[in-house]
Ligand binder design. Sequence first.
Ligand code: OOB
Length: 547
Amino acid sequence: MTKDGLVPWPEDLAYAYRTAECWRNRPLGAYLWEWADRWGPQVAVVDGDRRLTYRELAELADGLAERLREHGLRRGDSVLVQLPNCWEFVVVMFACFRLGVAPVLMLPQHREHELSAIAAHVGVRALVVPDTWRDYDHQALAHRVAAGLPGRTAVLVVGAGSRAPSVDVRRLIQAEGDVEARRQRLDDLAPSGADVALFLLSGGTTAVPKVIARTHDDYEYNIRRCADVCRFGRDTVYLTVLPVGHNFPLANPGVLGTLYSGGRVVLLPSPRPDLAFAAIEAERVTVASVVPAVAVRWMAAAADCDRDLSSLRHVHIGGSMLSPQLAAAIGPALGCELQQVYGMAEGLVCYTPIGAPPEVAHGTQGRPISPFDELLVVEPGTSRPVPASAVGELLTRGPYTPRGYYRAPDQNAVSYTAAGWYRTGDLVRITPAGDVVVCGRIKDVINRAGEKISAGEVETLAQELPEIAEAAAIPVPDPVVGERVCLVVRLQPRRRLTLDRLAAALTARGLAAFKVPERLVVLDALPHTPVGKPDKKALRLMLRRDA
Ligand code: OOB
């Protein structure tokens, strides 16, 4: 690891990736103007009544970039961005890309617990939040978080409710002045392709979420390959319903892949079927990406829906397990072709190809988007390969899979092998044709509608409660969201605990709502493994028996 906390790719591989033009040594901000020059008057982003052309997007992003510079942000700095799906998100992202300032992407559902830990870990210079979102005061949240950080951390607020000492982002998003001169000034300040473009959160298995630094070069390659595999083009109209801070809707191909291809991005604040179907009809949406839980809701709603969904050509589904039966039913229900995607914020992305036969389209999670992706299936927890087509843990390396988490040497010793493979923690098999089938996982996470919840994070926080002596967070299967968090506890002597009290206590400690246990089981004693950890396999079996 270098002193700045990044783990570089080995020099010989970096050379190979550059020579093969995976990496183009060009920052993402430079593409913005390339697109504006090519597709200037075309609509790039739609958010309700607001429609931004490619030209406007470039001008507004440059205007904001210059203002952010006046507020002291410089190449190499980072800012925490917690915004819902809105047009300002896109402008903020590109303003940051132009300056070489790296956004750290959080979800609107995150609270003090997550924001404080990540902001401190990365050392952000500013927080960008909405004024309120779903009746929650993010502006106040951001000021609480900022107050707990060393140094001065600016709070930038998107929304009419912005009040001093917050900085009002909408007032900064202005394209006044000499556009060409500003473009030149910012071009002169541009970061290098090897700089960090953005930070993504890992679903995480540890008490504190881990952070992945993605470079301009690696992310651009990821976007380019995804857009190519999914055949995005100028006629693509992409509907964004998942939180855009996730890698999947942001860049696989998602929002950035659409802009890369000259298409149109439609942003919606939620995946509610009535809103989504109205947008599909109104904007003639051609492609959307969803997690299986959302697909199920859409299928049910499509059965008696009077909206015209005929423009929809593809739906991308990934993020959590999808059964072949459900996969086969989605296309007919929504009148489009399904593409499965298996990906991760850490890098690797697989897609089922357009036009794949049913056994591939429904029965696999696709093949890597790049010929430079390396996949190795091993006996779990080792580096010993399993026989061809056998199930094992997937390890991966490649030009858009960084070699380690940011500033996390201890974690990296566990999550990455000495030879630089990322241990996905997923159990897979690879078919003779090279398609990945996800069979399960060995990592200690709960996958709730595609949101990854670290069991360790929930347990650590729960164990701080005075009632709890020992806690284990385990997934319980759920027909709607796939899995929910169940907390199994042993209480302190003479203490009592209800689910309501547990939920209230964890919420008060600033834990995001989607991580709060939805079931509580109190035992006199937890079963243990030989090394003395709670035996989660035994607990899962026990709960299944009792269900
Ligand atoms: C996506 O990214 P993350 O970082 O939220 O989560 C990655 C993990 C994977 O390691 C795997 O455990 C699970 O999510 N996962 C799937 C899956 N796709 C992801 N499990 C079963 N089937 C699938 N199709 O979730 C993500 C990132 C980019 C594109 C798509 C999903």
